[in-house]
Design a protein around this ligand. Sequence first.
Ligand SMILES: C[S@@+](CC[C@H](N)C(=O)[O-])C[C@H]1O[C@@H](n2cnc3c(N)ncnc32)[C@H](O)[C@@H]1O
Length: 226
Amino acid sequence: MQTPTTPKSREAIAAAYKSEPWWYDVRGFFILTFAYNSTLTEQLRFFGPNFGKQHLEVACGTGTLLELIFYWRRWKKLPTVQVVGVDYAEPMLAGARHRFAGKPDLEFLHADVAEMPFAADSFDTANVANAVHCFPDVDGGMRGVLRVLKPGGTMAANVLLFPRGRWPLRPLAERINRWGMRKGILFTPYERDDIRQRIIAAGFEIVTEAVSGNCYNVLARKPAAQ
Ligand SMILES: C[S@@+](CC[C@H](N)C(=O)[O-])C[C@H]1O[C@@H](n2cnc3c(N)ncnc32)[C@H](O)[C@@H]1O
């Protein structure tokens, strides 16, 4: 197992996301391929269907993936929805606001996932793409998402696991993760059972789950009101 380096504060993490949005996107492609061992197509298929009428995009970053998901949904003839995106890093939000300027169905707010300024039971769905492992307070983050989902609402999340597989992919992924943790763009990878238990402890029910590459892909639901 990989040993985490010293954990970073959330301010340090926000500061780590101050690169130019274009560089962030290029870097993201390499991380997706070599640390997550995943592909864009896999992410579109996983996150694309989880959009209810009122959707929350948690840790939306520059909105690159969100925009590609909108193209994918249009191609699949799926309905347009109201989306609120939140992120803790202002430079990322600036990228998202620029990308979606003039789109009335989209709004972007600066917020920590653990302290989002929304009433309880506000959203039908939430996606947390490529970000759970960036949260310094993952338990607070999961409780935060649960609180703002409506009963029966679903959260799709992919979580980076400690690298698996053989040489050279595993050491390469471990190296990228160590670099990400030093930089502050990765808080920690997880063991699958650890993050699964944390999601359940926050109050979610697991709907579907799968490990693919170095990712745990989970669709979880806020229990329906009793
Ligand atoms: C790897 S990026 C993923 C961005 C986007 N979801 C995507 O898939 O392209 C992780 C994002 O999580 C955000 N983030 C990290 N900790 C956060 C927190 N506590 N609350 C809100 N956003 C946070 C970072 O600012 C960053 O934009």
